[in-house]
Design a protein around this ligand. Structure first.
Ligand code: VGL
Ligand code: ZN
Length: 194
């Protein structure tokens, strides 16, 4: 499906952090493979002067989602640690870029970039009507960010060639994309973008 980028579009790059890369503590298989594709999308939006949002998991060291606190994940993306840094090859443009930290308080987790953040306000302030979502993990934070966007009234496009999932069950990512599509999310790849 061909899509023309307009002035009311924004790009959201989800959680492209070292801890989620293949040699990180909570690896998304092939999570690093999408970096060049994401960079192409970032470049398209950057060149058009459109906003690009980079969400990051940004947990305190006693975060509720960590196993030591009874959660399900190994400690990951702890604030100000190397694992929480963005992938070194991720293109983070000098302008029109916003870093959105989520999961920042000990007692709340946030799989959606909208949860407990100013992302919605920043998008609406700029007249954004449609969001393009890429990054990791398809079956967690990408899914929830896309779904969250829908519920807030945005049109949502997931960039299928620029997402990767954890797949604790082998078809988790596939199911996540299906659920999103059934709820009105569009899928697109690089060739669709005009
Ligand atoms: C994520 C698991 C735990 C994600 C964040 O970014 O998809 N997954 N925290
Ligand atoms: Zn997390």
């Amino acid at each position: 499906m061909k899509l023309k980028i307009t002035d009311s579009d924004a790009l959201i790059v989800v959680d492209m952090q070292k801890d989620f890369m293949p040699d990180g503590v909570l690896p998304v298989p092939e999570g690093d493979k999408i970096v060049p594709v994401i960079n192409e999308y970032v470049n398209i939006f950057f060149k058009k002067g459109l906003p690009v949002f980079f969400t990051r998991d940004w947990h305190p060291e006693n975060h509720i989602s960590f196993k030591e606190q009874g959660g399900i994940w190994p400690a990951h993306c702890v604030q100000n640690t190397e694992g929480a840094e963005f992938h070194p090859e991720l293109f983070i443009p000098p302008d029109n870029r916003f870093v959105i930290s989520k999961g920042t308080s000990p007692d709340f987790d946030a799989y959606s970039g909208f949860q407990g953040t100013v992302l919605e306000a920043l998008l609406k302030e700029r007249g954004v009507k449609r969001i393009f979502v890429c990054g990791v993990a398809t079956d967690y934070c990408v899914k929830n960010t896309a779904y969250g966007g829908l519920n807030l009234g945005f049109q949502v496009v997931v960039l299928e060639d620029a997402v990767k999932g954890v797949n604790i069950n082998p078809d988790d990512s596939e199911k996540a994309l299906e659920l999103l599509m059934n709820n009105g999310v569009f899928l697109a790849v690089k060739e669709d973008i005009l």
